[in-house]
Ligand binder design. Structure first.
Ligand SMILES: NC(=O)C1=CN([C@@H]2O[C@H](COP(=O)(O)OP(=O)(O)OC[C@H]3O[C@@H](n4cnc5c(N)ncnc54)[C@H](O)[C@@H]3O)[C@@H](O)[C@H]2O)C=CC1
Ligand SMILES: O=C(O)CCC(=O)N[C@@H](CCC(=O)O)C(=O)O
Length: 489
């Protein structure tokens, strides 16, 4: 537990607003409780970031990089501790939270490369001058993070923002304040100057105070489509502010002709149920051929799914799935399953909440082939909807029948089927014979439609963290050899 939970202008202070709690969803224990940042504290954080901006942007890139590298080495030293904090706050098994900390460490080198390759300096000769392309930071940026990767996903905005010379006000998910606090402590140890990175903790009111602050130059958001759309409306008519939105998905995975059923089923399970289905890239809709080979795949999928281990984050042996983020989220997922069953879906694997005070649910699969008017909704949990299809084109059309467009995939032996699918599917991530989760930080990451606003993050985060400046430069003014008509010198 902590009282001084806000990091503003290089100092920890207590949130003066309403108190809020973080609950370990696997053990139903309060593990963190503190006051939220008030509007005045949010203002203090933004103004500290404004004050710190010029000095930070003026620093040599190598000096900013050195602080980020120090942060990476502190993450390495504190890997086990942070992995355990993430596990306690999210319920994710520690084998998985260790990979999350690994991704946070890897982000620094990837962001350095991306900064240089995408937003570096280019010099072109021209007669009597030189032409330059350079990039400048926007100024003060707000970073909003979700709960499912409370370390890695905000880090994916924070590191490239800092490298580019922006100063940051970070508003983490109210469900994972402890991870944010522990992470920011490492930035402090790494020597981040006062005001360059500020942390404001709180619930929606804190988020609203930050997004509405007139002194932010940009907002980088990873979270739900609902909130992202609200922010988009709020930023309407404000071309002076940059908004990067990474939101949800209703992601399709199509199975066509595959010879290795177990390999296909493994890809389906990794796509649908990793992180208890709480990844924005998770497969929500599975399309299988309505024939004998489709039936075999479903049969094996059901068998493997029924045997998925769900357990505490520290259990030995380690489970594939830990608890969902909260008992409430788990109950909502079971309700979503029941609503589908009431509208005509049939259950292939019944999802159950294991304890109504905890976030554990078993994975569920429902066949929705005969359900009319399926809601185009992201069920952010381990609930997979199966569609049996007769015709490949119809399956692709249905896969595209969503307002989202984040990830999509096909499992098939024939490369021609993949090429055909690739040309027609609408999504920012399109995979072949691989899970549709686990996107690489070294590639652009983002979706289209209701999934994002064409400002992909990960490797392309460099693009929204700086704006390009074109310059034509000569050491002195010279008269041109030939003057424009009508001029006399
Ligand atoms: N595309 C992507 O990269 C990813 C998307 N997600 C999506 O995130 C969602 C889960 O994350 P959550 O934490 O529930 O998202 P959320 O949208 O509820 O919250 C995200 C952040 O926005 C703040 N917020 C909420 N309402 C606000 C408002 N009206 N004004 C300003 N700030 C506000 C919250 O306090 C939190 O800090 C899922 O839908 C998932 O698909 C999650 C991970 C990655
Ligand atoms: O942001 C990055 O560095 C790469 C993208 C990434 O980590 N994607 C993960 C997280 C999914 C999520 O955002 O929920 C994935 O695709 O599994």
């Amino acid at each position: 537990m902590t009282a001084e939970n806000q990091f503003i202008n290089g100092r920890w202070q207590a949130g003066a607003g309403d108190s809020f709690k973080s609950i370990d969803p696997a053990r139903n224990e309060v593990i963190w409780e503190a006051g939220s940042a008030t509007e005045a504290q949010v203002n203090e954080a933004v103004m500290a970031a404004r004050e710190a901006f010029v000095g930070w942007a003026d620093m040599a890139f190598e000096d900013r990089l050195a602080i980020c590298q120090k942060f990476a080495s502190l993450l390495e030293q504190n890997k086990e501790h942070l992995a355990m904090v993430i596990a306690r706050e999210t319920g994710k098994p520690v084998w998985e939270t260790r990979t999350e900390v690994g991704a946070m460490i890897g982000k620094v080198a990837i962001s350095e490369k991306a900064y240089k390759e995408r937003t570096g300096t280019v010099e072109n000769p021209m007669p009597g001058a030189k032409a330059f392309i350079r990039h400048k930071p926007h100024g003060v940026v707000a970073v909003y993070g979700p709960y499912n990767f409370p370390g890695h996903l905000p880090n994916g905005h924070i590191v490239p923002s800092l490298l580019a010379g922006n100063t940051v006000v970070f508003k983490p998910s109210e469900l994972t304040p402890m991870v944010a606090e522990e992470t920011v402590k490492l930035w402090e140890k790494a020597g981040i100057p006062a005001g360059v990175l500020n942390l404001v903790q709180g619930e929606v009111a804190t988020g609203k105070a930050l997004s509405a602050h007139p002194q932010i130059d940009g907002l980088y958001f990873t979270g739900s489509s609902n909130t992202g759309h609200l922010l988009h409306k709020q930023f309407g008519g404000r071309p002076d502010k940059i908004l990067a939105l990474e939101m949800g998905g209703n992601n399709p995975l199509i199975v066509k002709d595959v010879s290795d059923i177990d390999a296909a089923v493994h890809n389906i399970v990794q796509s649908a149920f990793i992180t208890s289905g709480q990844r924005c890239t998770c497969a929500r809709r599975l399309f299988v051929p309505n024939n004998e080979s489709g039936r075999k795949i479903i049969e094996r999928l059901v068998e493997v799914t029924e045997n998925i281990l769900v357990d505490d984050y520290e259990a030995d042996p380690q489970p594939f799935m830990g608890a969902m983020i909260s008992a409430k989220a788990a109950a909502q997922m079971v309700d979503a399953q029941n609503a589908l069953l009431q509208s005509g879906a049939t259950s292939l694997v019944r999802m159950k909440q294991l304890d109504d005070k905890k976030g554990f649910v078993t994975p569920g699969i429902v066949d929705v082939t005969n359900v009319d008017d399926m809601p185009d909704e992201e069920h952010f949990g381990p609930l997979l909807k199966v569609y049996r299809y007769g015709d490949f084109d119809a399956a692709i059309a249905e896969a595209n029948n969503t307002r989202y467009g984040l990830s999509a995939g096909i499992l098939c032996d024939a490369e021609s089927d993949y090429r055909y699918f690739f040309k027609r599917i609408r999504a920012g991530i399109v995979n072949w014979n691989k899970p549709i989760t686990g996107a690489s930080s070294a590639a652009p990451f983002g979706g289209i439609g209701a999934s994002g606003n064409h400002r992909a993050s990960a490797y392309y985060a460099a693009d929204y963290c700086a704006y390009p400046v074109a310059s034509v430069e000569a050491e002195r003014s010279t008269l041109p050899e030939s003057l424009a008509p009508g001029l006399k010198f």
